[in-house]
Write a protein that binds this ligand. Structure first.
Ligand SMILES: [Zn+2]
Length: 659
């Protein structure tokens, strides 16, 4: 990188700078950056418009938009060759465990797992402690989801008060509070009278009822599918009839009440038949298939591993599995859902008889379903996307997710070609109870956008060179979606980006702002506005020391605001002491090109001895270490290496969140 090829940030007069320029007037820094993305050369999979074609996508102001002939100057371009874009996946069945079992999952970690898995919308089950059975609990969930600030979290509160099955909950109030469906998931409502009353009310509210169809009397104390395998293992079984009798009842009630009925996690061949016939007869019933019921049978069950194979309903025989697949292909089953059910290792270590039911699924669902259905040639990629997007949305009676211009920019970029191996220890979920650890799969989300913000970006290779700590940080950050600091329960300091000319502070800052939902402020631009002249002239006319004083005063001023991303000028080169001042303001991140380049360039530019520059660099590193700051050295200019910038931003966020 020669110095002549670098356009100093302060010389870049762009439209973006202009809008900041205007809003910075009067000391109000309300500029909110919604990064503009141009996704180039991507396979567009959009079931809503029946599109499977190659093209470009454009994201601006949180929405998809037609690609403009001239890209705005702040556009981040993503070369998506080899990737496929789909609307963000919708999961109708997620357990977040908060409140009550935060050691297994929280709203924030569950949202992270969802983002990492390619989901931008999840429907949350009500079997928390206390149960999600009143508007107050829905409000608490909404607050937590808002703090996580990643994806859309939709509540499916209880059918009955306390999930006890006796009294219908206040469905009307729950609907007003934002319920998208009602379920007592974990239990079925066995009292037909109660269920019928609830379904009449739900029909009036035009919301579906979702049932965990399993007769508890027939299921008894069973822990796996009742059949040859349960007898061999000597474990009590759960018969298929325990499910089918309830499915039959649910269909009957749907017909008599007119309420839309969705059968959760179907497991038995008999249920598929019932559902197929009912749907053919025009009944408002639907059903979901989980990745584990698609992939596993009772023959896979290892009695020593409840963390992998104990789920409710259980995985059943090969005949059942084949019937589920057939049902999915012919439309008897309309959609997938994960039944993501996190449990701690300690809870699952209690043995097969007493361990709780359930496996996690958010981070493996895309790979398992794509590998077993599309890669096996059973289903087209477009139909597969539909089962994760338009179909679950239709169960909820919501608009079909789409990639058409004007739609909310909730989308994912998928790698559908390369194989990967599931590593449960890398999960963003707090829990590891998966049957798929070590499984070789094809298909996974590489990037997840929600409301136009890039919320997850899977680093493909460590391309950030530099300090040991940085490398460590990068390894730590790999594969983790972002959480704003507040969600981690800490205070919210600012992030101060310092660095050298052309080190990409602005690009990284904008990406950070986009991911964290924070403001981005370019200090150089504000200083230029206040002085009424470009920085080069402030330097020339008033001298550099004066400029540094102005810069420091502005940093102190900005530090009064919480949760602000600041891109500083190049003060770190000339005055490493700024690190000390700025570390009171927030987390200091120093961005540079490789140190060698910096030594040579600054020595040449400022006409100083090389050794002096090397000492200065060492001083910068020492100060950063002392102040718990970060040093990021990039292989080349970040503006031209968006991928590096994304990774730098990701790592900063992870460390920021750790405090
Ligand atoms: Zn369930």
């Amino acid at each position: 990188m020669s110095s002549s090829s670098v356009v100093p940030l302060y010389k870049r007069r762009t439209k973006y700078h202009f809008s900041l320029f205007c809003q910075a007037r009067g000391g109000v820094y309300s500029y909110f950056v919604q990064t503009t993305f141009h996704i180039k050369g991507v396979r567009i999979l959009d079931p809503a418009s029946k599109t499977d074609t190659c093209g470009d996508l454009f994201i601006q102001n949180g929405l998809l938009a037609p690609v403009p002939s001239v890209l705005p100057p702040d556009t981040v371009t993503i070369d998506a060759k080899g990737l496929a874009a789909a609307p963000g996946f919708v999961d109708l069945h997620v357990h977040l465990r908060e409140p009550g079992q935060e050691e297994a999952e929280t709203v924030a970690t569950g949202c992270c797992a969802a983002a990492r898995g390619g989901f931008t919308t999840i429907v949350v089950m009500p079997n928390t402690r206390p149960a999600l059975d009143n508007p107050g609990e829905i409000a608490v969930l909404a607050t937590r989801a808002k703090a996580a600030n990643l994806i859309h979290v939709l509540p499916a509160p209880c059918i009955t008060q306390g999930r006890a099955g006796h009294k219908v909950a206040a469905l009307d109030a729950l609907a007003k509070a934002g319920a998208v469906a009602f379920t007592d998931d974990g239990c079925t409502v066995t009292d037909n009278g109660v269920m019928e009353a609830a379904m009449r009310e739900a029909a009036r509210l035009n919301l579906p009822v979702m049932d965990h169809a399993l007769d508890p009397k027939l299921a008894g104390h069973g822990v796996m599918h009742e059949g040859a395998c349960s007898r061999t293992l000597g474990l009590p079984g759960i018969s298929s009839e325990a499910e089918t009798v309830m499915v039959e009842r649910d269909i009957r009630l749907s017909q008599s009440t007119g309420c839309a009925m969705h059968i959760q996690h179907l497991s038995a061949a008999g249920s598929v038949e019932l559902l197929r016939a009912a749907r053919k007869a025009g009944c408002r019933v639907s059903g979901e298939l989980t990745p584990h019921h698609l992939a596993l049978t009772d023959a896979d069950v290892d009695a020593g591993k409840p963390e992998c194979y104990k789920m409710n309903p259980p995985v059943r025989s090969e005949v059942d599995r084949a019937a589920l697949i057939q049902g999915l292909l012919d439309g008897a089953i309309s959609c997938f859902a994960t039944d993501h059910a996190p449990h701690t290792a300690a809870a699952k270590a209690k043995g097969f008889l007493t361990a709780p039911f359930g496996v996690v699924g958010l981070e493996t669902a895309v790979g398992v379903t794509y590998t077993l259905l599309v890669k096996e040639g059973l289903m087209s990629a477009l139909d597969w996307v539909a089962r994760w997007t338009t179909e679950p949305a239709s169960v909820l009676g919501r608009p079909a997710p789409t990639l058409a211009p004007g739609a909310p920019a909730d989308l994912i970029l998928l790698d559908l070609d390369s194989e990967w191996i599931v590593r449960a220890e890398e999960f963003a979920s707090k829990s590891r109870n998966t049957p798929f650890d070590g499984r070789r799969l094809t298909g996974r989300a590489e990037k997840t956008f929600c409301a136009g913000r890039l919320i997850f970006d899977r680093p493909s290779r460590p391309c950030v060179a530099g300090e040991r700590d940085w490398q460590h940080a990068h390894t730590f950050a790999a594969n983790r979606p972002f959480l704003p600091h507040k969600a981690a329960g800490d205070c919210t300091p600012n992030i101060v980006l310092m660095g050298f000319m052309g080190s990409g502070k602005s690009t990284v800052g904008k990406l950070l702002a986009s991911r964290l939902g924070m403001k981005f402020v370019d200090m150089d631009t504000i200083l230029e506005e206040r002085a009424g002249k470009p920085i080069s002239r402030i330097f020339a006319e008033e001298g550099e020391p004066h400029f540094r004083t102005l810069e420091r005063a502005l940093a102190q001023e900005l530090s009064q605001e919480k949760g602000l991303v600041i891109a500083c000028g190049g003060g770190v080169v000339l005055n490493p002491d700024n690190i000390r001042d700025y570390s009171r303001t927030g987390l200091v991140v120093c961005l540079t090109a490789t140190p060698e380049v910096i030594f040579e360039r600054t020595a040449k530019d400022r006409n100083r001895p090389l050794l002096e520059e090397q000492n200065r660099m060492q001083r910068i590193l020492d100060l950063l270490a002392k102040r718990k700051g970060l040093y990021a050295s990039l292989p080349h200019q970040v503006d031209t290496a968006t991928h590096s910038a994304l990774q730098v931003a990701e790592t900063i966020v992870t460390l920021y969140r750790r405090g």
